[in-house]
Design a protein around this ligand. Structure first.
Ligand code: FES
Length: 75
């Protein structure tokens, strides 16, 4: 029980990490878009506005791609 709570807290904190620094978009928000059917970086960018900052997705694009790949491995 205590271990489950720890894992849940870890996941909560992990989801608060900012993935798109330019647009201040958190990991949890991106995961929600991926779970909702955005299976490409372009789809996530269109839905959330990631990739539209000063770096044009150079920093967040690879992280988003990795998150999508991780998700698709599980389904
Ligand atoms: S970090 Fe996402 S557009 Fe720059």
């Amino acid at each position: 029980m205590e271990a489950d709570r720890g894992r849940s807290e870890d996941s909560f904190i992990e989801n608060l990490k900012t993935i798109c620094l330019c647009k201040n978009i958190k990991k949890g928000t991106i995961l929600k878009a991926v779970y909702g059917g955005c299976y490409t970086v372009d789809a996530v960018n269109k839905k959330l506005g990631t990739g539209g900052g000063d770096c044009k997705g150079e920093r967040c694009g690879p992280k988003i791609k990795e998150m999508i790949e991780e998700f698709l491995k599980k389904v």
